[in-house]
Design a protein around this ligand. Structure first.
Ligand SMILES: *Cc1c(COP(=O)(O)O)cnc(C)c1O
Length: 365
């Protein structure tokens, strides 16, 4: 399939980016800021790149309303890297030996939970594996420990399409939130967690940079084995430049932040995201061909999963949607079915076009 126009891309990540951002990057590619070179080709320690870095930090602080008590780190290694970095940086804070609590609501938090077991005791607070990760376990069933360094949860499970509506209340234990796939999609009270982390490739820009927002008093407790590049204290002391940072990804994230500010910020995009998700879920709910299987109150606003009740139609559905320029709707192989990721950069027109196509496909099925 080839196209002579931009498609509506429902990929889960790397994901669609705002056209304006791509245009600006293209315009600046050969000669950035009159330097006669692209931003990719200059030193990360140059005055010009340091300006990019400062603006990125400033704009993210503004967008998420991040207090000064929090450090913003721009790292490499993705969310998966942080699955290792988090226990290495935080587990030593536990009072009876390295230990942390994990709430497992999908494939991503399950990965986090498994990785943590390499570094200490990882306690499984609750899991919705038996419910095929279609829900969040009832709070009354949670087995929180009283000597964990932190509780980790995944705010939005990208594969199952399950999202915590609010930051969970876990008492006095510090919270760590994986926001890889819903960062900047809605207002979040940063003070409610000790650490927030996620890669840029879902809701911000291209892959390559991982954002870690960490309260300053949680920095400086790392295990001796912690790799230098993932030691939050080392990175905090060097403006995340203990080695060469992913400069182009940082620059692109910066363009993404400017775009979001121009839209009116997180509050405005949250409304739009809610509207897009509502449209799609109400369509699914009235359909006799498609169904979403997630508990209603935990449905993700970013990753809308659905199944065709007649799975024999899957191949045809994917072929026809693709031909219509509505691409990457195949669900993750671990979950099956379909998934429409509708991040900040997906315009409402894309969601409407998808619904139109699905309605028509249902009529013809
Ligand atoms: C994509 C994703 C990850 C993994 O991110 P990488 O940058 O690929 O390591 C982790 N958690 C969630 C919720 C994700 O969506």
């Amino acid at each position: 399939m080839t196209f002579d126009r931009r498609i509506f891309n429902f990929a889960a990540g790397p994901a669609t980016l705002p056209e304006e951002v791509l245009k600006q990057a293209a315009d600046e590619m050969l000669n950035w800021r009159g330097l006669g070179t692209s931003v990719m080709e200059i030193s990360h320690r140059s005055k010009e790149f340091m300006e990019v870095y400062e603006e990125v930090i400033h704009d993210l602080r503004t967008l998420m309303n991040i207090p000064d008590a929090y450090e913003i780190l721009l790292l490499q290694g993705g969310g998966l890297g942080q699955n290792a970095a988090i226990p290495m940086n935080l587990m030593p804070l536990a009072k009876n030996g390295p230990k942390a609590d994990y709430i497992v609501t999908g494939i991503w938090s399950e990965k986090s939970f498994k990785e943590a077991q390499k570094y200490g005791v990882a306690n499984l607070v609750a899991s919705s594996a038996a419910e095929k990760f279609n829900t969040i376990p009832a709070k009354s069933s949670w087995q929180l420990s009283n000597d964990a360094a932190y509780v980790l949860y995944c705010a939005n499970e990208t594969i199952g399409g399950v999202e915590f509506p609010d930051v969970p209340d876990v008492g006095n234990t510090p919270l760590v939130a994986d926001i890889s796939s819903n960062i900047l999609s809605k207002e979040m009270d940063v003070t409610k967690c000790a650490v927030w982390f996620g890669g840029a490739q879902k809701n911000i820009g291209p892959s390559g940079v991982t954002i870690v927002i960490v309260r300053k008093d949680f920095i400086g407790h790392s295990m001796g084995i912690t790799p230098t590049i993932w030691d939050w204290s080392v990175q905090a002391n060097t403006q995340s430049m203990i080695n060469t940072p992913p400069t182009f990804s940082i620059y692109m994230a910066g363009l993404g932040f400017k775009w979001l500010l121009k839209q009116g910020g997180v509050k405005v995009i949250e409304k739009r995201n809610q509207e897009k998700a509502d449209l799609l879920y109400s369509f699914l709910d009235q359909s006799s061909l498609y169904e979403n299987r997630v508990t209603k109150e935990y449905r993700s606003r970013m990753n809308v999963t659905f199944f065709l009740k007649d799975e024999n139609l899957n191949t045809e559905f994917l072929a026809q949607s693709n031909a219509a320029g509505l691409v990457a709707l195949r669900g993750h192989k671990a979950a099956g079915g379909m998934r429409a990721s509708i991040y900040n950069a997906m315009p409402i027109e894309g969601v409407k076009a998808l619904i139109e196509f699905m309605r028509d496909f249902e009529r013809r099925a």
